[in-house]
Ligand binder design. Structure first.
Ligand SMILES: C[S@@+](CC[C@H](N)C(=O)[O-])C[C@H]1O[C@@H](n2cnc3c(N)ncnc32)[C@H](O)[C@@H]1O
Length: 263
């Protein structure tokens, strides 16, 4: 989405969204999530070590050849890219990656999938929740995947499998490796058709407590349309729109409801 349009979407969102204290949220499940997880600012042990690796990537001026199989980033579509530029434009900021960490921690999820690894910074937050968790993360560009592997080595991460290739090929293979999915982070190829295709494939492996998180639901018109379509699926019970992230729960005991929340 054009920057001006994103700003106006954000302003509109801000005025309709519930505040951080959870006033006006009548669902006990969502209220607890807002007050105990979304707005928990405790610094967990792994935050600092992961952010140190991000800092190194942000300072790395080496260039690499990038094979971009998705929509690319708004600011850079060239083939040769600087590692620092990738680190600046493609990774989830600490605040959002740390929220994913807290959600996985809170629900004690173990079977984790990330669609879109990039340099492995958000993957590290997911993997660091519990050494007994299993993370599969998917990346299309071999050079970028090599850097992600270095990130995992620097952080002593041993519970992660990185699969390299186009999502259309790696996602079915990754799904075969899970009996059920607890948590999926959709963060690559931000088009409506691809997002809905990955969503539908992953739906086959959900259980009552599964959580799906979609990145950048306001990135472009396609993503706005994808998010609206996802909310309408009969399996979806509660959605939380945090503007940069969209959370989807499937718990049958919850009444179908959609929340916009300030984060
Ligand atoms: C936004 S980045 C992921 C960022 C990462 N989750 C983080 O927050 O640190 C998306 C990644 O998905 C990869 N990608 C996009 N489309 C793809 C596709 N169709 N198949 C495989 N990889 C793809 C890109 O190469 C890019 O590295």
């Amino acid at each position: 989405m054009h920057r001006k349009k994103t700003v106006s979407a954000y302003i509109k969102f801000w005025f309709t969204a519930k505040n951080r204290k959870g006033f006006g949220i009548h669902s006990p499940f969502v209220f607890k999530l807002v007050t105990q997880v979304i707005h928990d600012y405790t610094p967990y042990y792994c935050y600092a070590e992961i952010e140190k690796v991000r800092e190194l990537l942000l300072k790395n001026n080496t260039t690499i050849q990038v094979n971009d199989l998705g929509t690319g980033t708004i600011n850079n579509k060239t083939k040769e890219r600087c590692i620092s530029t990738i680190a600046k434009n493609s990774l989830k900021p600490a605040k959002q990656a740390q929220l994913l960490f807290r959600l996985i921690n809170y629900f004690a999820y173990r079977n984790l999938l990330e669609i879109g690894t990039s340099l492995g910074i958000t993957s590290s937050y997911l993997a660091k929740t519990d050494s007994r968790a299993k993370l599969i993360t998917l990346e299309g560009c071999a050079n970028i995947a090599g850097l992600a592997q270095e990130t995992f080595e620097k952080l002593n991460i041993n519970n992660t499998e990185l699969m390299v290739g186009n999502f259309s090929q790696t996602l079915p293979k990754a799904l075969d490796k899970f009996n059920q999915l607890d948590f999926v982070f959709f963060d690559g190829n931000h088009t409506q058709s691809a997002t809905l295709e990955y969503f539908e494939r992953c739906l086959e492996k959900i259980h009552n407590e599964t959580l799906f998180v979609f990145d950048d639901i306001y990135l472009n018109k396609d993503m706005v349309a994808a998010w609206e379509a996802i909310k309408k699926y009969p399996q979806v019970r509660v959605s939380l729109n945090l503007f940069h992230l969209g959370l989807v729960f499937f718990r049958k005991e919850l009444t179908k409801q959609h929340f916009n929340l300030r984060f």
